[in-house]
Design a protein around this ligand. Structure first.
Ligand code: FES
Length: 130
């Protein structure tokens, strides 16, 4: 687990994002040792803002994607769960259509540094996937 410290807070390397295009997404897994792992995904907004969420649908807790890095609708504007089709706003993770309407994905604070994404360690420790 590669970590960096910024202003007293620790961040863990999640995935390379230098090549992540706008309106595209990418999965990541962070090994937490005895605590299991944290499964999440990154997405890049049209203005190149990077966002990160836990890969867990608020409807059932299942992973959202059915192919490795595909978390967005084909036009890249929304997050979509592959199981029952719930749709989420990319900026906030709020579900606006589908069986979990009004609920939110779990967001992670993400930093981008020299082409790598880093997630706040305290947040992923609170959200192990397994
Ligand atoms: S598991 Fe995601 S919408 Fe049902």
């Amino acid at each position: 687990m590669k970590t960096i410290e910024i202003e007293g807070a620790f961040y863990v390397a999640a995935a390379e994002v230098a090549s992540l295009a706008a309106m595209k997404s990418k999965a990541f897994t962070i090994d937490l040792g005895d605590q299991g792992s944290c499964e999440g995904f990154l997405l890049r907004e049209h203005d190149r803002t990077l966002r990160a969420y836990k890969n867990s649908c608020p409807h059932t807790g299942a992973p959202l994607n059915w192919t490795p890095d595909q978390f967005l609708t084909t036009n890249g504007r929304y997050i979509q769960c592959s199981i029952h089709g719930a749709m989420f706003v990319t900026e906030t993770g709020e579900c606006f259509a589908g069986p979990c309407s009004g609920k939110f994905l779990t967001p992670f604070h993400v930093l981008e540094k020299e082409g790598m994404s880093y997630i706040a360690l305290t947040e992923i420790q609170k959200s192990p996937s397994k």
